[in-house]
Structures are given as C-alpha cells and as structure tokens.
Ligand binder design. Structure first.
Ligand SMILES: [Zn+2]
Length: 170
C-alpha cells in the first residue's frame, strides 16, 4: 500500500475540498453515514423542497456502520409527519435502532411510492400475523437484515421508512 499524501500541504491547497477525502477513502467504498440525531435541525437538515413537498436530500443508507447498503436514492422519499407505528415489541428494539415514539404520537417518515422498485435495496418480512385490519410487512436492510426500518401494508402502494431509523450519506 502506498502512503496517503496527508502530509503534503501544497497538494491539499491545490485540490478542492472533498477530493482528498474521496481519494483517501478506503477501497471498500462503503459510504459513511450519519444518524438523523447528528443533524442539529433534524428532518429540516435532511430534506429539501421539491414542488410543494419535501424530499430526502441525502441517499438513505442502512444504519449499521459496517454495512451502509443504499436503501433509497436522493429525492425519492417524500417527507410526511404522521402517527408513529410500533414496529416491534417495545422491549425488542434492535440495539442499532432508536425506539419509535409511542403511537399515536407523530413522527417523521419517508414515504416511498408507488412500488418497491423505487428502492435501491430493501428487504421485506413475511406478513405479520395480527388482529383485524390490513396486514403489515416490515422493511429491513436487504444486505444485513437490520430492521425494522419501516413498514408497508400487504399489497399496498405506500412504503414508509422511519426517518430516525435510516442513515444519511455524509
Ligand atoms: Zn445493512
């Protein structure tokens, strides 16, 4: 392996910001991701206006740092505030994921529609057996299975990613 050119000040002065970082990035090319929590203004910082709604301003990634699989490309998810959904038993939230607020408290979601083809990569659970009402499937990382990061109704055309449960490409 060759020495990275970190010590050369003249080189870093001539190269636009960001380029050195890109050159020095490990060859595995895993995108580095930020949590929603790390943005001081939360969803405001990770969304941008398109027509009359807000869409995701960053690629959305699997939140597992060693994975970082791309879930959704920039601009594909529509920001919606609506009631929280408890996607797993309250005491079984995976360590890497923040707990969801207690329904019916509102939380922020990325709405992906009208088909799963909009995703770059996504995994679906089997339909959850449950009480009456539409059956739900849970969304997870297609590469490492971390989830639930969102949900959809069986046969539905709307797919909901919890803004707090995805990574944002830094
Ligand atoms: Zn993953």
């Amino acid at each position: 392996m060759s020495e990275p050119a970190t010590s050369s000040t003249s080189a870093s002065e001539q190269i636009p910001p960001g380029v050195m970082e890109a050159l020095l990035r490990p060859s595995t090319n895993r995108p580095s991701s930020r949590t929603l929590e790390s943005f001081s203004s939360g969803v405001t910082d990770v969304s941008m206006t398109e027509s009359d709604f807000q869409v995701n301003k960053y690629d959305l990634l699997c939140p597992r740092p060693e994975c970082g699989s791309i879930i959704l490309r920039i601009g594909v998810g529509k920001l919606v505030e609506k009631p929280s959904v408890q996607m797993e038993p309250a005491d079984r939230t995976p360590a890497l994921l923040p707990p969801m607020p207690e329904p019916p408290a509102a939380t922020h979601w990325w709405l992906v529609a009208p088909s799963p083809m909009e995703f770059e990569n996504i995994g679906f659970s089997k339909p959850l057996s449950g009480d009456a009402g539409p059956q739900m499937k849970l969304l997870s990382c297609a590469e490492c299975d971390l989830g639930p990061v969102g949900w959809s109704e069986v046969g539905g055309k709307e797919f909901w990613l919890a803004c707090s449960r995805v990574g944002y490409r830094a």
